[in-house]
Ligand binder design. Sequence first.
Ligand code: CP
Length: 304
Amino acid sequence: MMKNRSLISINDYSKEEILHILKLAEEFEANPRQKILSNYVIATLFFEPSTRTRLSFESAINQLGGRVIGFSDSSNSSVSKGETLRDTIETVSLYSDLIVMRHPLEGSARFASELNGTPVINAGDGANQHPTQCLLDLYSIQKTQGTLDNLDIAFVGDLKYGRTVHSLVIAMTMFKNTRFHLVSPMELKLPRSIKDFIISAGLHYHQYEDINDVIGKADILYMTRIQRERFADQLEYERVKNAYILENSMLENSKNNIKVLHPFPRVNEINQNVDSNPKAYYFQQAQNGVFVRQALLASILGLK
Ligand code: CP
């Protein structure tokens, strides 16, 4: 179904294809060390920093018996000598079966995917999309709530630049009766182009500036970091950087089933006193990334 197809934006996949990946991820969670990638070489090209995405992809590949090539710092590649993205991708395609790529420029992953037949997985392109994070977020929501339908999901923080938010909002419009609660400073509201997905799906959103207005109604509280690296004006970043800090006491009147998610890295938007609360799910969420990425690799390589 997804064989040899790149994944650049979450809406490249239908709802059925997303559900197929989530089902397959359950299989990999039960048996993550099946050696199905022993004949494959995967390239991980990270032109931007990463901990979870790169290392969970590499752990996923290693556990399945595959080989990884690539770089985590493009200053150590010929990019530093002025090589174009086109030439880098054309070359790496000769050495690998699939390319996982993170790049600061929006649209760069789409560009790379259109160069030749080697499938590309977008591991984050600027402030645009982060579809593999989205899949692991969906897996985490389904696992903790037992469903992806009829949920109140609150997004908190940098909704303007947060690519994980953009992908997850789009994905949740595919499910029945999602209610979106969007909490951000005025300057960091969800872009109109993403809100249009909600409207086109016949769903509703509400916007807030105070996080306390949503904690009591949320099934999922999706916290995000204010994305310092995307601000043109650092003074503006300084003004909003501590807009939201979740404290354990703030969860006292939340629903029993609520889970706090965060794509990470966090700076200080979730106090460490929340970490031991059973409602905190962000480290398990990061672990789920391995199983979901195994499912994705197996699907794109036509192995499952
Ligand atoms: N969630 C996420 O993309 O984390 P990293 O930047 O550490 O990969």
